[in-house]
Design a protein around this ligand. Structure first.
Ligand SMILES: NC(=O)c1ccc[n+]([C@@H]2O[C@H](COP(=O)([O-])OP(=O)(O)OC[C@H]3O[C@@H](n4cnc5c(N)ncnc54)[C@H](OP(=O)(O)O)[C@@H]3O)[C@@H](O)[C@H]2O)c1
Length: 377
């Protein structure tokens, strides 16, 4: 399909609007929409102006298309709707958007990316075409698909999108030889992590990190979401006096234990307000996969793993990591006993290492922050 510069700018605006829903709409996808008067058939002129905007503001609220149509009122008639995701055609928490688009008299719909949700998956586009609306797809598709990547992963695999985060020295150490990691990164870097925590559904750490650092794993200051805190702890070693356990009644805590975890320790954790989730499988890798499936079945879309190296090693080895957030502090820790960021077996040849498509590089407080998509091998 041939799109012009006006089409491109309108869809970019819709993508911008969609991002406003980050942390507020999950497990739904972020979606943005704009409505313009007129279309290319009108000769392009000044009649092609944006008359209304909308975005999916929070879970359960109006969809972006419905919000834009409501804002446009009668101006939608004969106009073009630009929307970042295929309009829905089923009754969910809100009525189908396809019906609202037809009723509004919109003449042309431009869609960035399809909706893989089984109840939609192309049917939204079919319904619009059947109603005589001109439907065009694929404008800024890569950006729109990236925006909804966690939603797409959950729909496709039943598992959450996994963001692995660590802070390391220039020589790749995440702790000193005495296992201290506070603080390797700058205050500004840590503030970025707190903002990330505030928009994810859950934060995962291994028991090694919980024991070494006694973390709280909350977002400070709080943001749109209050993530579930999860500790992978096969033998239920998490101490009752740890900050995670003593705050379990205010901020949910799930302790994932193995089949052989001592029952008295499990009941102690449960009595303190933690959810004890037991996986019967003896293989740690299978247990990890089962936990991810369990979280997916609860429709948790974004999972942040904050380490440590043993857990990150397991996750990378199984190809479970989707996104990496790495903070590199300009200091050298050194020492054979100081842990490197990712443990496990690692790869034998550099060519076997999963490449990371770098999406952003920043310098928070003098650190180097690299954020990218991990391409699994
Ligand atoms: N700078 C940073 O960004 C950062 C972040 C986090 C941690 N750290 C540092 O890292 C150190 C702790 O690292 P760590 O490697 O010892 O601990 P870890 O990765 O947090 O925890 C490892 C433990 O988790 C449990 N576990 C359960 N299921 C697992 C699975 N499928 N795969 C892997 N582990 C599983 C195992 O103990 P069980 O078998 O008993 O369950 C395992 O020994 C500390 O010094 C901490 O300060 C630094």
């Amino acid at each position: 399909m041939a799109f012009d510069a006006f089409d491109s700018a309108a869809m970019q605006r819709a993508l911008e609007l969609a991002r406003r829903g980050e942390g507020l709409v999950e497990p739904n996808p972020m979606v943005g929409a704009v409505i313009t008067a007129g279309g290319p058939g009108d000769g392009g002129g000044p009649s092609r102006t944006i008359v209304a905007e909308g975005w999916h503001e929070r879970f359960g609220a109006a969809h972006a298309e419905a919000a834009a149509i409501a804002a446009a009122g009668g101006l939608a008639r004969g106009g073009t709707l630009y929307v970042t995701l295929e309009p829905c055609c089923h009754q969910g928490k809100t009525p189908p958007c396809t019906a609202a688009i037809v009723a509004a008299g919109i003449r042309r719909v431009v869609v960035a990316a399809g909706d893989p949700f089984p109840a939609v998956d192309g049917r939204g586009l079919d319904e619009l075409r059947a109603a005589g609306i001109l439907v065009e797809t694929g404008l800024h598709e890569p950006e729109a698909s990236r925006l909804t990547a966690p939603f797409r992963k959950l729909v496709a695999t039943g598992k959450p999108w996994l963001i692995a985060k660590w802070a390391m020295s220039l020589d790749g150490r995440v702790a000193t030889r005495s296992r201290e990691s506070r603080w390797i990164s700058s205050e500004e870097s840590r503030a970025i992590v707190h903002r990330l925590r505030a928009r994810v559904d859950a934060i995962l750490v291994g028991i090694g990190t919980a024991l070494a650092d006694d973390p709280l794993l909350t977002a400070r200051p709080p943001g749109p979401r209050s993530p579930l805190r999860i500790v992978l702890d096969n033998r239920a070693r998490l101490p009752p006096e740890s900050r995670l356990v003593t705050t379990a009644r205010e901020t949910p805590l799930l302790v994932a234990v193995g089949a052989d975890a001592p029952p008295d320790r499990c009941s102690g954790l449960a009595a303190a307000g933690a959810e004890v989730w037991q996986c019967p499988d003896l293989d740690p890798g299978v247990r990890l996969e089962s936990l991810l499936e369990e979280l997916g079945s609860r429709r948790l879309t974004n999972l942040l793993c904050e380490g440590g190296p043993t857990l990150l090693g397991s996750l990378f080895e199984r190809g479970c990591v989707d996104e990496a957030w790495t903070f590199i502090a300009p200091k050298v820790i050194g020492g054979e006993a100081a842990a490197a960021a990712v443990a496990g077996r690692g790869v034998a040849a550099p060519a076997d290492a999963p490449p990371v498509d770098v999406e952003r590089v920043e310098r928070p407080g003098g650190d180097v922050f690299v954020r990218g998509l991990v391409r699994s091998r």
